[in-house]
Design a binder for this molecule. Structure first.
Ligand code: IFM
Length: 999
């Protein structure tokens, strides 16, 4: 086999190439071999796109490929005017740009005018075709030229230049300028005028449109630009005119590898790799790609710093890195590398909602491990792991000096519960590793093997998990073989699944194969990012950290059934996988705006435990539903009742008994989901039940005093340093909102008497607000505690103030663990006293230790709302790095999912000031002057909306009509977008040339 330069000696995911002169020498060449290679490349999962100026009949007629996939064959033809997808049944038009009658007329006028201009200089030309969207003027018309082979580019250029000189035209560049002037005069402002030495063409589109379309397609397929190969034969200038293939080098292709097989008379053009050799060389390149795929070449990461995070042999932080690199699909979470196993940091797999044990001991069940591959034994081995944030695929390389081992693994978001691994290893090592290993917690696993399929099942106290996996090992090259493993998990919290439950699904997986699974997984992730794009231009490091955080939130819940999202998701064992308010008020808002079905699954988890919550309320002697502080399988409270402190002293944990605000948080989540999605069925059904039952709880728990006021006694607020407290402002105002919102529900399930009672209780609930200071007292008596600023006891935050100062001291002082009063301003800005944010920020922020990771992101959001952008950025940056830098020293136990979610809260609710309402979105953007733009995409009531906010400009667009309110003014936004400028007065105003329509 011919060798190629290092730049192309790798597996690419897609190839985009010019047809005439690159893939075929002329339009009559035999393409039997080419057809076969391209079809097989598609079968092996590569996307193939042909770019040509000519029409379908020419390219498809000559090639005749009929590929089956999973790779796609695309034809981008007629110089950027049409795109076809070709499958077994032939080509189908995907997209086409049809010239309007006026454009058609203008093209004719331009072409005739150009010919006249040439004729006036004494140059005879011909209009050789009048195909779709373009006109082509032959500079050397028949019979002057006897069909020169295009490959003979030097002769062709000489002949054309001589002819042009004879007419006093300096060269091709001037010929193009003449045609350009004609096009402009004909009214074609954005005409594309090009030359391939033989012709001058005037068109509405060109190869740059093809390239942009194709790269957009590949992006929607989840193919990173750095894994795309672009091929052509004319990149360098021809007679002073840019080579026609250089038009493919659009900005979106900046990370692609580009090769030319042409003669390139003007020499190299950065970054094109000059291969030369014409179509035969290009054919060899395609064959090389096919060979790599046949030998099981691993997909490679495009190490674009904007979309990847790499860890190099970080032994010290080994367990934290495991958490950071968790692959989750909403049902399954896998942590730990494939190529190294360590007794101190064992790999782990968890299934969502699958718990073992009873009461406070209830713990996520450790499942069979599927992802261990043969690993080098030498201790010098170093491990490099790259997480591709676009697709949540982990690429691993282990180098033990003698051999390089590599592995790629994924947890399929298209088929949650399905997993795939491909690894390169030393000959003979592949089959040494069994496909399933028992978890290291010593739990009994039953295992077996049927027809080459291994299965393993583990019973929980109720239900359990069964995994099935198969693998094949095949030679790659000399000393290397490829191990390919597919696995399926069936988890059931009620009944232990039979081996066949997993084995049956594995058969489907095996039929699909690794490449197919890889393809669909990539595409599903691309669709997620398409709805949840996040860009922070001007701060690449923050942008990447924020994408990391958002990606993990997008990965934590499935699209159907119920989602038991624990405080650490499926990324680690901390908090035993228990579900807290973290899921309802931190994770859910992000998903409601970006993956509504997953947000619905989080609510479904609560809905299915409504009976347990009713029973808990009843057991306390209250009405309604009392959701537990920590929840797991049954919906009964599983909060531990005690723990040992640093001194070994056993201290009681009272959050389970007293942190009742979670009840209102569930109601808030239901209402917030409806605000984002407009899901009427949920609102009228389960949503109404959640709101009503939680309101019943508050109404019966509130105590009246003779002065007519209502109180909630003996609770713990979000600030867990103080317990128990009376009338925690957060709890009371949340309960008040809950009662009022439920009283307003349009349902027969609530009686008029109940509504009246709820409104009366809501009106009577004390909230600790003092109009004189504009401040809420965090709970009754907080103001009388010892004033203590965090800066006086610690130079840095976050700190665990209870550990630093001791629990007694913090209990007696104004030291706040996490946003408490301020959490109200974050969740319920319409329920707190207007204008009270600043006073409460001023007072509580310096007293807050950020002893919980839930705190700094919320503060960042509020500081941004208050216009304190520098302080907001500082806390946003801290939150975004909380796990990446293991700032709390607890990341090993799993990622702080609520903190990850709060990064998005800070950007969306804080910097952009977004609020969802039933019939509009409210915006109040504040963008730091050194960010060139903050861009977020989300869904509101089914419409996809993109907001791009620059320090002084705002662009909003949507895929259908939506209403946006900015500065009290309502605008209608649709696909054509809305532009506003920030005026000197600090108000957003439409720019003059706008399409806005105030309604
Ligand atoms: O829910 C949080 C709580 O607010 C603070 N301690 C940790 C819990 C789980 O993240």
């Amino acid at each position: 086999m011919l060798t190629f330069p290092a730049a192309v000696r790798r597996r690419f995911e897609a190839i985009v190439f010019d047809w005439d002169g690159t893939a075929v020498p002329d339009r009559h060449a035999d393409t039997t071999d080419l057809r076969r290679v391209l079809e097989q490349l598609c079968t092996h999962g590569m996307h193939v796109a042909i770019v040509s100026g000519t029409h379908l009949g020419n390219v498809d007629g000559q090639l005749g490929a009929r590929p089956a996939g999973p790779g796609t064959l695309l034809l981008a033809l007629n110089r950027g005017s049409e795109v076809y997808v070709v499958d077994r049944d032939g080509p189908h038009l995907l997209d086409g740009r049809v010239a309007t009658t006026a454009e058609d007329h203008a093209l004719d006028t331009a072409a005739v005018a150009a010919r006249h201009a040439f004729a006036a200089r004494g140059l005879r030309t011909e209009l050789v075709s009048t195909r779709l969207n373009r006109r082509k003027i032959d500079l050397i018309p028949e019979p002057d030229w006897h069909d020169p082979p295009k490959a003979d580019i030097d002769r062709l250029l000489d002949a054309v230049t001589a002819r042009l000189h004879a007419a006093g035209i300096e060269g091709l560049r001037e010929a193009v300028a003449i045609a350009q002037a004609s096009a402009r005069e004909a009214g074609l402002a954005d005409a594309r005028v090009t030359s391939d030495a033989k012709h001058v063409e005037i068109g509405l589109t060109d190869k740059s449109d093809s390239a942009r379309w194709l790269l957009g397609f590949l992006q929607r397929e989840g193919v990173a630009p750095g894994t795309v190969l672009i091929g052509g034969d004319e990149f360098g200038p021809l007679g002073g005119v840019p080579g026609s293939d250089s038009l493919m080098l659009v900005a979106e292709a900046a990370r692609a590898t580009v090769v030319s097989v042409g003669k390139e008379p003007a020499g190299g053009l950065d970054p094109v790799v000059l291969l030369g050799g014409g179509p035969p060389r290009f054919g060899a390149l395609l064959l090389d790609q096919l060979e790599r795929r046949r030998r099981g070449a691993l997909p490679e990461a495009d190490e674009d710093p904007a979309w990847t995070i790499a860890f190099d042999g970080d032994a010290e932080r080994e367990r934290a890195v495991h958490a950071l690199l968790t692959l989750a699909d909403g049902r399954l979470g896998t942590r730990g590398p494939s190529l190294v196993s360590s007794a101190t940091a064992p790999p782990a797999v968890y299934a969502a909602g699958l718990y073992d044990g009873e009461g406070p001991e209830t713990t996520l069940l450790a499942c069979p491990v599927w992802h261990q591959a043969p690993h080098p034994s030498t201790s010098e081995a170093t491990l490099r792991q790259v997480l591709d944030l676009r697709t949540f695929v982990v690429h691993e390389t282990s180098n033990d000096a003698a051999t390089i081992h590599r592995a790629v693994r994924l947890s399929s978001v298209t088929r949650p519960g399905a997993v795939a691994l491909r690894a390169e290893c030393a000959r003979g090592a592949g089959s040494a590793c069994p496909p399933l290993l028992a978890p290291t917690d010593g739990r009994a696993a039953e295992e077996g093997s049927t027809d080459g399929t291994a299965w393993m099942r583990i019973a929980a106290s109720e239900g359990g998990v069964t995994a099935a996996a198969s693998q094949r090992v095949y030679p790659a090259h000399r000393d290397v073989e490829v191990l390919e493993r597919l696995g399926v998990y069936a988890a059931d919290p009620v009944q232990l699944p039979a081996p066949d439950a997993a084995r049956g699904r594995l058969v489907d997986l095996e039929q699909a194969g690794f490449e197919h699974l890889f393809h669909e997984h990539r595409r599903t992730w691309a669709a997620r990012w398409e709805d949840a794009y996040l860009g922070i231009e001007g701060d690449p490091e923050l942008e990447r950290s924020a994408r990391f955080a958002l990606g993990h939130v997008l990965a934590c819940a499935p699209d159907d059934g119920e989602a038991a999202v624990g405080a650490r998701g499926l990324t680690g064992p901390a908090y035993r996988g228990h579900v807290f308010w973290d899921a309802d008020v931190f994770v859910l808002p992000v998903l409601a705006a970006t993956r509504p079905a997953a947000a619905r699954a989080i609510l479904e988890y609560r809905v299915r435990r409504l009976d347990a919550a009713r029973a808990a309320a009843g057991a306390e002697g209250h009405a309604g539903a009392r959701f537990p502080w920590e929840s797991a399988r049954t919906g009964r409270d599983v909060t531990p009742q005690s723990a040992s402190d640093r001194t070994g002293r056993v201290v009681p944990i009272r959050t389970g008994a007293l942190e009742v605000h979670v009840v209102g948080c569930v109601a808030w989540a239901a209402a917030h989901y409806v605000d984002w999605t407009g899901d009427r069925d949920f609102a009228a059904g389960a949503g109404a039940r959640l709101l009503a039952e939680t309101a019943r709880y508050w109404a019966s728990r509130a105590r009246r005093t003779p002065d007519g006021r209502a109180h909630l006694y003996g609770v713990i607020g979000p600030d867990e340093y103080h317990e128990p407290v009376d009338d925690n402002a957060f709890t009371n105002v949340l309960a008040r909102w809950n009662l009022r919102r439920a009283a307003a529900l349009d349902t027969d399930a609530i009686t008029a008497t109940e509504r009246d009672e709820w409104r009366r209780v809501a009106d009577a609930l004390v909230d600790g607000y003092d109009p004189a200071t504009g401040r809420y007292e965090q709970f009754a008596g907080f103001d009388g505690l010892e004033p203590l600023m965090i800066a006086d006891v610690s130079p840095r935050r976050p700190i665990a103030a209870d550990l630093l100062l001791g629990p007694e001291r913090v209990r007696a002082a104004q030291v706040v663990k996490q946003a408490d009063v301020l959490m109200l301003h974050h969740l319920l800005p319409g329920e707190v006293a207007a204008g009270s944010l600043t006073q409460n920020l001023d007072y509580y922020e310096p007293r807050t230790a950020h002893g919980s990771s839930l705190s700094p992101g919320v503060h960042a959001a509020l500081l941004a709302r208050a216009g304190r952008l520098d302080a907001a950025r500082e806390l946003l940056g801290l939150t975004a790095r909380i796990d990446l830098d293991d700032l709390t020293d607890t990341t090993a136990g799993g990622l702080h999912l609520a903190a990850m979610a709060s990064v998005w809260h800070a950007l969306a609710f804080g910097f952009l000031g977004i609020r969802p309402h039933a019939d509009h979105i409210e915006l109040d953007p504040r963008v730091p002057s050194d960010w060139s733009a903050l861009e977020l995409r989300f869904r509101h009531h089914g419409r996809r909306i993109t907001i791009r906010a620059e320090p002084e400009r705002l662009i909003a667009s949507a895929d259908g009509p939506v209403s946006i309110v900015i500065g009290g003014q309502r605008y209608r936004v649709d696909t054509s977008g809305l532009r506003l400028m920030l005026r000197g007065s600090g108000h957003w105003r439409p720019t003059a040339q706008l399409n806005e329509e105030a309604v």
